[in-house]
Design a protein around this ligand. Structure first.
Ligand code: HEC
Length: 146
């Protein structure tokens, strides 16, 4: 009985692997990307790319465990939702009043430690931002409003 259960679980796990996530990015105008448009200093670029861009841009770097279902589905759902709410690759495409709101939101979520999501920095230690890095990034976001 126990053996059948184990075999069932193994078969299920194998079947899961056929449902691959889509890791391709659509064609997009890279000149409309946040970093391309604002040309910030290297420190800001580093923080954005290590802590935000995997979920909020089309430049996602997929970790090895994103190859393994069902973890891959969980990773991909964060990316889909993240891109839908805030896609820094499409920065120049947001309407002006929407952009002001996105800027405030980005600064606030960084400051209040709501971003990056906890499971993300637990798996990407370099994305666990220090107080100083949070302040640097939040201040920089706000400076975009002038
Ligand atoms: C692991 C993926 C992931 C990472 C990394 C991540 N986010 Fe998010 N982000 C999400 C998801 C999912 C949502 C939507 C659900 C929510 O708000 O919790 C979101 C929501 C947001 C929103 C809200 C957009 C809106 O319109 O309300 C902002 C702003 C944001 N993130 C900024 C950031 C910033 C800035 C960073 C880097 C410091 C970051 N995120 C890192 C996944 C991520």
């Amino acid at each position: 009985m126990k053996r059948n259960l184990l075999i069932g679980l193994v078969v299920m796990f194998i079947l899961f692997q056929f449902y691959r996530i889509d890791k391709t990015a659509p064609e997009y105008d890279t000149s409309k990307d946040l970093i391309a448009m604002t040309n910030p200093d290297a420190e800001i670029v580093r923080i954005l790319k290590t802590a935000c861009y995997d979920c909020h841009s089309y430049e996602t770097k997929y970790p090895f465990y994103a190859e393994i279902a069902p973890i891959s589905w969980w990773v991909k759902s964060h990316i889909n939702e993240g891109r839908e709410e805030m896609n820094y690759s499409l920065w120049g495409k947001y309407e002006v009043d929407k952009l002001a709101h996105k800027i405030d939101d980005s600064a606030e979520k960084t400051e209040k430690k709501q971003m990056p999501l906890t499971p993300y920095w637990m798996l990407h230690w370099d994305a666990k931002l220090t107080e100083g890095e949070r302040k640097t990034l939040a201040d920089w976001f706000r400076s975009l409003k002038s």
